[in-house]
Design a protein around this ligand. Structure first.
Ligand SMILES: Nc1ncnc2c1ncn2[C@@H]1O[C@H](COP(=O)(O)OP(=O)(O)OP(=O)(O)O)[C@@H](O)[C@H]1O
Ligand SMILES: [Mg+2]
Length: 300
């Protein structure tokens, strides 16, 4: 069974998309088969990895994206996958093993226009289609917006693990607190739709500190986050092994440049000026998340 992981925080702009794009790329580079699913109607991950020209074609037709499966009979999720999405400007495949299920701006229609059957909620339809392709992957990762409205619920219902990107500030801690509350509410509300074999409902496994500036001491915000995490572990509101990951990702201008180039950071050369080797942080992060999986396997 593929490991299914959502990156989410109720705080916007903390680095969910940049962490998931780069972690997914590193997991694929390590030899894993990875599917990245973009569940944010802003379409940042999709535009980043497909570049504007390719993504525009999907956005114009509205076909070949997450919302297509809710437009009755149009397409299945399997039809929408962009295989080996990372390409050079000349169309050369750079990273076999990283596939993308893109989104377009019409995903916003899931929030209000879409009138589904209450007995078959949107997240159940999505999950059933995901099950049909799950065996093709080692990892399925979901980039979520900073909320648990319907689009996010697609990922949250299918995922077993949640990682929470955070910045070392008070607002990220508030975002984390709100996330846990809303996550537990959603899990309770959707419990009757869960089936045997789905694994545990999504639970927080880790906090990832992102955009850490050189020379800035983050011990205080880290300690506050740790205290909150300890409280939640004790109250069984998060996984019993939830922790702040050892790997933290430095602040580096190359991250923004990589978006413009339409490439994961590991494919962009960096100068010392640009934050030196933020690639190493993403590689370490992917290895740390991967190691959690191996620990699971050895327990089982
Ligand atoms: N390590 C980093 N160093 C420098 N800039 C970064 C880093 N990580 C993210 N950024 C920049 O911060 C901004 C927000 O990042 P990103 O879009 O990944 O956040 P997000 O949490 O996905 O936002 P949203 O809530 O809008 O989805 C972007 O401009 C991104 O390029
Ligand atoms: Mg984002």
């Amino acid at each position: 069974m593929a490991r299914k992981i959502a990156f989410i925080n109720y705080k916007g702009g903390v680095g969910k998309t940049s962490l998931i794009v780069n972690t997914a790329a590193c997991l694929a580079k390590m030899g894993n088969r990875v599917l990245l699913i973009d569940l944010d109607t802003q379409s940042n991950a999709s535009i980043w990895l497909m570049r504007l020209e390719r993504w525009n074609k999907v956005n114009e037709t509205g076909e070949g994206a997450v919302y297509s499966i809710f437009d009755p009979g149009k397409q299945t999720l399997a039809d929408c996958i962009v295989q080996d999405v990372v390409e050079s400007k000349d169309g050369e495949k750079l990273l076999p093993g990283l596939d993308l299920l893109p989104t377009t701006f019409n995903l916003v229609d899931l929030e209000s226009e879409y009138k589904g059957d209450p007995q078959r909620p949107h997240y159940l339809i999505f999950h059933e289609q995901l099950q049909a392709i799950e065996a093709n992957y080692d990892y399925i990762v979901f980039d979520c917006p900073p909320n648990i409205l319907r689009a996010s619920q697609l990922g949250i219902f299918s995922a077993n693990e949640v990682y929470v990107p955070s910045n070392p500030d008070a607002l990220s801690l508030i975002g984390f607190t709100l996330l846990v509350e809303k996550l537990l509410m959603f899990n309770a509300r959707s419990a009757s739709f869960r089936k045997p074999g789905m694994g545990v409902p999504a639970q927080v496994e880790g906090i990832i500190f992102n955009s850490i500036k050189q020379g800035v001491d983050i011990e205080v915000p880290k300690m506050r986050m740790q205290l909150r995490l300890n409280q939640y572990r004790k109250a069984k509101r998060v996984s019993q092994r939830a922790r702040i990951l050892d790997t933290q990702v430095r602040d580096a201008t190359v991250v923004r440049r990589a978006v413009t180039l339409g490439l994961p950071v590991i494919f962009v050369s960096q100068t010392a000026d640009e934050g030196d080797n933020v690639s190493a942080d993403y590689i370490n992060l992917a290895a740390e998340i991967h190691k959690n999986a191996l620990a699971d396997a050895s327990v089982a």
